[in-house]
Design a binder for this molecule. Structure first.
Ligand SMILES: [Zn+2]
Length: 76
């Protein structure tokens, strides 16, 4: 991997494709809300606060760069 110092904003075109919006259902209050997933990381687990009840949701993301395959949510 090679990064040019400080020029991150210049190459935003290919990076933005990796961000995909998914619908997430809160395991606490069952509200559905959108979340942006960075698929360039590959499979990963992250924690986000529910936008409705503000409780932490553990999110398991199954993805390939540019495509979300599966998403699992659990109480964090
Ligand atoms: Zn909630």
């Amino acid at each position: 991997m090679w990064y040019e110092g400080g020029s991150q904003t210049g190459s935003a075109t290919s990076h933005s494709v990796m961000l995909i919006e998914i619908d997430l259902q809160c395991p606490y209050c069952n509200e559905v809300f959108p979340l942006m997933v960075d698929t360039s990381q590959g499979d990963h687990t992250t924690t986000e606060d529910c936008t409705v009840c503000c409780r932490p949701i553990q999110i398991e993301v199954n993805c390939e760069p540019g495509e979300v395959i599966d998403v699992n949510v659990a109480r964090g």
